[in-house]
Write a protein that binds this ligand. Structure first.
Ligand code: SF4
Ligand code: SF4
Length: 68
């Protein structure tokens, strides 16, 4: 385990896909009609998805995640 900043999607996500389009590391998958899911190993915590989300439902937080 390691502690790092990763993006986290809240339940109110409307699956618009903006975050996935702007992620430079391809760390987000959007399930149409459901929500976005962040791959915690690929995410670098850059925060671009946070800025891109029109619904303001993705946040970047320090978390314990599995090591790559
Ligand atoms: S914080 Fe950066 S690397 Fe992580 S999911 Fe968002 S855009 Fe991608
Ligand atoms: S940009 Fe926001 S609302 Fe759109 S898919 Fe990503 S987290 Fe969900």
């Amino acid at each position: 385990m390691q502690t790092k900043r990763v993006a986290q999607v809240e339940e109110e996500c409307v699956a618009c896909g903006n975050c996935a389009k702007c992620c430079p590391f391809g760390a987000i998958t959007v399930y149409k009609g459901l929500h976005a899911v962040v791959d915690e190993i690929c995410c670098k915590g850059c925060g671009k998805c946070v800025v891109a989300c029109p619904a303001d439902v993705i946040v970047c937080k320090k978390r314990e995640v599995e090591s790559a």
